[in-house]
Design a binder for this molecule. Sequence first.
Ligand code: URA
Length: 259
Amino acid sequence: MDSGNTYWDDRALLEWQVELGADDAIQDTPVDRYALEAAKPKPKVETPKTPAPAAEPVKIDAVAEARSAAKNAADLPALAAAVQAFEHCEIKRGARSFVFSDGNPAARVMIVGEAPGRDEDRAGKPFVGVAGQLLDRMLAAIDLGRDHDDPTRSAYITNVMPWRPPSNRAPDPTEIAMMLPFLERHITLANPDFVVLMGNTPCQALLKRTGITRMRGTWTEVLGKPCLPMFHPAYLLRNTSAKREAWADLLDLNARLKS
Ligand code: URA
């Protein structure tokens, strides 16, 4: 359609519109800018990742590990090495020494105590403090000694716990349970004729009973071996009147050794 404008009129109008801010030519058909916007590819929104659930802490069955390590020990040196390498008993952390045994492993009599005290922790040997000296005198009274080479006159000595507990406390039931497989293997490998349990802790470990005052002097069995609960020498040091019963128990043991 002829507007009647000259080229120069049209050009002046266009320049005026550009000056006013028009920057896009109007087309014959309308453009739906909303639809164009909606059709644009959406930027990827990163959804925050939910953290992976924390891995369950691996539960260690200390008793099962002790059982397996003890079972695999073919002889006493291997057993000592297996106990020493056992890392699941917290008592080990505070102890200076590993106290496995003393005396003659071929002895007919095996004595089981509770745990090393300060002197034993220093020496690395069981029953060397005052209670141990009394034990030596008790054994000597029936002509036994840990240093005898003759197995019929010697004693072999160990404890339920091979490390000194803090403040000389008694080992608790969990600690006793995890060391028990080693103690049982120890008795099996040493294969004594008689087992003597000194005080409540070895009775709790091996007989599942305590009450040494009632139990002492009554023979029972442990791992198929005759077993005699007795007062612990440390108890005898504090309760001298109980020495009479301890003496009776020693005579009984001696009679069995001779029969
Ligand atoms: N008491 C125990 O039971 N064992 C030792 O070795 C020393 C003291």
